[in-house]
Design a protein around this ligand. Sequence first.
Ligand code: DQA
Length: 143
Amino acid sequence: DTVHVLNGPNLNLLGTREPDVYGRATLSDVEETCRRACERHGLGLVFRQTNHEGELVSLLQEAQGSLGVVLNAAAYTHTSVAVADAIKAVGLNVVEVHLSNVFAREAFRHHSYVSPVALGVICGLGIEGYRLAIDALAARRVS
Ligand code: DQA
């Protein structure tokens, strides 16, 4: 079984991007955390980042057949009907993750197109959220 961890726009800049909000960890650090979590569960990992909405849709389609997806759609969370439709189309378990607590931030971050089609949502726990999301998908695996 494989877990796909998909990251949206600007997350390639983690580490230097608004560190007060997102922390000092880089996207490579996030990938390392995910790799360790997947290894612990005997799961394969596909880890990707894109700045493009349509590419994120394609990456969700490519996750078909996997155990599930950990998705930080970043700003597209709040804007993208296409990403929500892709999640519905593939019918996969998707755990929505945000590094920051979006509910403690601007009002436009309080709405998510992803949440209604997600299995669950984790936000505000930084990098740890990715690990928890992988643990949750692994726990639901039927072997
Ligand atoms: C984010 C929160 C989003 O509101 C924001 O647009 C991001 C990152 C997070 O991980 O906290 O780019 O998804």
